[in-house]
Each structure stands twice: as C-alpha cells, then as structure tokens.
Design a protein around this ligand. Structure first.
Ligand code: FAD
Length: 471
C-alpha cells in the first residue's frame, strides 16, 4: 500500500472474529488500558475484556495527574468513556494486581494479559541530601493536589523559597500549583482541603533548574506561556541562558515547538527589571544541575553546578557551583514504572521489557500471552494522545502472536472464584457511575462542575454500596 507521499505503509489490520471470543485481562484503567480495550473492540470485535484497576476509580493520570482546572480534562474523560463503552468490558476497580490477584492468576485465566500500569514512581535523583525533610518527589505533590486517595491529607507549604528540578511540563505544573492563588481553584474539582492548603502557602519564589539549554527543555510552548500568565507572578530568565548559539539556532529552525518555546523564554528575558513589579517570582535557570541538597535536619539550600553546552545539544559539568537558599526542593525529573511479580522488568529504564508490546524474557524471547502498553511500555513521556496508536500496536502484536502461538487458555474459573469469595470489594462500571454522579452532585452544592472525593473508603463505599463499608 502506498500513502499520499508515495511511501509504502502497512495496510490497516482487518478485524478478526474469534470463536469462542477472546478473553483478555487489562491491568490498569488509565488512557493506555482504555485504548487497549478500544483497539481490541476494533480489531477483534466481541473480545471479552476484564479491566483491573488498583484505585477505586478509572482514568489514571487523567484524573490524578492533570493540573486542576486543565481546560481539557473533562474532554479527555469523555473520550475515554466513549472508547470504553464501545468495548465488551467488565471493570474491576479497587483490585490490585500483584496484591489481590497475581499476574499468574490472570495468565492462567485469560487468552492474553495486557499490562498498562503506567509509571507512578518518581525517578531517583542520586545526590547527597535528597532524603532531607523538605525534599519532595513531584509524584507525591501532584497526588496531593489532585486528591489522590493514597496521598497525604496535608501538604507542608511553609517554605518561602523553593527549588524545582526538571525541564518538563511536570516541573511547570508543580511551579504553577506552588504559586496558585486559592481563588483560581474555586472553579476546579479540587477538594476544600487542597484549596485551604494552597491558600496557606507561603511560597514567594520558585527557582526552576534545567540541566540543558532552552531548546532542549521539554516544556511545551503553551505551558510556558501559561506560566507567564500566572496572576501576581513575574517570570525571570537570564538573557545569557537564551542567547543564540549554534545548537539553539539549529533546533529552532528545525522544530516549531523549540522555536516557540525559545521565543517565549526570550520574551521573559527581555522584560525590563522596572516592569517586574509582582510580589512573587519564578526564576527559570538553564544549564544548571543540582549536586547537593544542603541542610541540618531539613532542606536549607540547593547546591547547583553550571553546565557548559558543547554546541551539539550536550552539556558537561563545569565545576562552578552556586548555593541557592531554599526551604524545599521538588524533584520533577521523570517517572518510573513499578515492577510486577512475574513480569520481566528493565530496572534501568523503569519499564517492562518488550518488543512492539510483546513482553520478552531475559533472552529477548516473547512470553506467550503477556503484553504491555502505555507509559509502562514507552517510559514516562508522551501526552494522552500517544496512548492510542501505542495500544493499537500492542493489540496488533497480540493478534499476530495468537496466530503463530495459538494456545488459547482461557479458563476464568479461578478469577470468578476469587471475585465470588467476597474478600475483595471491586468497584464496577455502575459503581464508578455512582461515584461520578456523587462528585457532580457535590459540585452542584459548591457551584462547580465537580468536587473530587479523595477518601478511599468513601469512594469504595459509594462504588460498592457495600454494607461493610457503609459506616
Ligand atoms: C503531573 C502530570 C501531568 C500531566 N499532564 C498532562 C496533560 O496536561 N496533557 C496530556 O496529554 N498528558 C498529560 N500527562 C501525561 C498523561 O497523564 C500520560 O500520557 C498518561 O496518563 C499515561 O497513561 P497510562 O495509562 O500509561 O498511565 P496512567 O495514566 O498512570 O494509568 C495507569 C493506571 O494503572 C493503574 N495501576 C497501576 N498499578 C496497578 C496494579 N498493580 N493493578 C491494577 N492497576 C494498576 C493505576 O492506578 C492507573 O490508574 C501528565 C502526566 C503527569 C504525571
């Protein structure tokens, strides 16, 4: 097949009907798991899908990652809802694979198992002092301000000067929330506890440190512009950090997003000091890497080393260090997957080892019936939209493998037994719809579209209507 540009492309896979229908378990009900269900509905119509999710609610980071008030979050939820209901699925939220059921339980009960558990852990930053009180991983803070059921109820926001380490959108989300005005959250779905926490924040100054230069940071231009629009906040960039060099010029010619990001940053750098009148500031520092968190029993400063660009997009340590007095450090340098017993894991990259979505063993050979998709497959990079083509690739690989290996093994009796034993309290699709309605009702009471319920027990109580959880 030839596309419009005259290149050869693979033909779209034709839908396959299996008799009896395939039985597939999907682990994780985030965008990746849901798009895997969508791809199954399209490519193998009639497949029976059981989706297991450790939280009492579906949608993964769309619910618990996106910044509150994100213009498109309800749209993302609606489109995932549409994908899901177009498939033949059962939802089992509040069931954790690896704890309530094992991957082996699933493998013996389904024709195929697709792991879509995302990347929930903060990547490690191995510098001295990282364990000091006041040094936080972005994942925990993001969980707190999104009312994640496993997050702490209160967050310490008494630091006046804060360092944020990282050159991606999560660093910008964290910064925006640290400097948010409580009234700007009035129309969002965050709980009153989060709004009150933000209202009490004493943060006046945030220093963002990025190891490489402005053309290599992963900030999206829109997010950078949004930073510049924060009420009562000035954004400060040193003109020397965004001055033209061979690499920046090359990147901005080749990549639109690099050009837009650098233009926005140069706009910040050009602001005359006299025009910076806001009470609070964000300082964006490029070519700086953290080397040590300093403090006696708590964070008191961050030691940062200047890096030198080589003109080709790489940087080298210069040995020249500066200490920034800060009382908190937030690490937003990426996320890693969590290993699951029975699934080969690449610890260096924090993902499941795979080939085009087929999980492989230590010798690189595919393990029959085991697949992976989403951030657990690609690593923690890429927006929600990337989940769809990625899940499709995994499902195509799965269907090809079923053709060559055969070996249907679906015997759901073990799963049905565990589910019927009554020791678990799964929240099914109807249960999620009850939670959804309860949150929207709370929203009506508070004059907002929705107010999130953060308490796990309460979510499970509504989702299961279980007498055990009623009081
Ligand atoms: C802070 C932050 C902000 C973001 N903002 C945006 C944005 O504005 N726009 C955008 O397009 N993208 C954004 N993203 C990226 C987007 O969230 C990801 O691309 C997407 O969520 C990845 O999908 P996923 O399904 O692989 O992982 P997840 O969304 O993490 O879903 C994985 C699911 O698996 C479940 N799970 C994990 N372990 C188990 C287990 N053992 N058993 C059962 N279930 C399990 C988890 O609870 C979770 O629900 C953001 C990401 C972060 C971290």
């Amino acid at each position: 097949m030839i596309n419009a540009r005259g290149s050869a492309v693979s033909p779209p896979a034709a839908p396959r009907i299996f008799s009896p229908p395939l039985r597939v378990a999907i682990v994780g009900a985030g965008p990746a798991g849901i798009h895997a269900a969508g791809a199954l509905a399209e490519l193998a119509p009639g497949t029976n899908i059981d989706m297991f999710e450790r939280l009492p609610t579906p949608y993964g980071l769309v619910r618990y990652g996106l910044a509150p008030g994100h213009a498109e979050s309800e749209k993302f939820v609606d489109s995932l809802h549409t994908v899901l209901v177009a498939s033949d699925f059962r939802l089992f939220c509040n069931v954790e694979i690896g704890k309530d059921l094992s991957v082996e339980d699933l493998r013996s009960s389904y024709d195929a198992v697709i792991i879509a558990t995302g990347a929930p852990r903060d990547a490690l930053l191995e510098i001295p002092g990282v364990e000091l009180p006041g040094s936080f991983g972005a994942a925990d803070f993001v969980g707190w301000y999104n009312d994640h059921p496993d997050a702490p109820q209160h967050w310490p926001l008494h630091a006046e000067s804060v360092a944020v380490i990282g050159g991606g959108n999560v660093a910008l989300d964290v910064t925006r929330m640290l400097l948010a005005e409580a009234q700007s959250l009035q129309a969002t779905d965050v709980s009153d506890e989060v709004r009150e926490g933000i209202a009490g924040s004493r943060v006046r100054e945030v220093h963002i440190f990025v190891r490489r230069g402005p053309a290599d940071a992963r900030f999206s231009p829109n997010e950078l512009r949004a930073l510049g629009e924060l009420p009562g906040v000035d954004v400060v960039v040193d003109a020397a950090d965004v001055a033209p060099d061979r690499h920046i010029e090359r990147m901005t010619k080749q990549l639109v997003h690099a050009r837009l990001a650098v233009e926005t940053l140069r706009g910040f750098a050009d602001t005359a000091p006299a025009d910076r009148t806001a009470q609070r500031r964000v300082h964006l520092h490029f070519y700086r890497q953290p080397v040590e968190i300093l403090g006696n029993g708590k964070v008191e400063a961050l030691r940062v080393e200047r890096t030198d660009p080589d003109g080709y997009g790489h940087v080298t340590a210069s040995g020249v260090c500066t200490d920034y007095p800060v009382q908190a450090v937030y690490r937003a340098i990426g996320f890693l997957g969590t290993p699951l017993a029975g699934v080969p894991f690449d610890h260096g990259r924090g993902i499941v080892s795979h080939r085009s979505g087929a999980v492989v063993d230590e010798s690189g050979l595919p393990i029959a019936g085991l697949f992976v998709t989403g951030w657990m497959k690609r690593g923690a990079a890429g927006l929600i939209g990337a989940a769809r083509p990625d899940a499709r690739q995994t499902v195509e690989t799965m269907l090809r493998q079923l053709d060559s290996f055969g070996g249907r093994r679906a015997d759901r009796s073990r799963i049905e037994e565990v589910l019927a034993a009554g020791d678990l309290f799964p929240v099914d699709w109807e249960g999620w719809l009850r939670i959804d309605a309860a949150e929207k009702d709370l929203g009506v009471e508070h004059g907002r579209p929705r107010v999130k319920i953060g308490d796990r027990e309460e979510l499970v109580r509504i989702g299961t209507k279980s007498a055990v959880h009623a009081e």
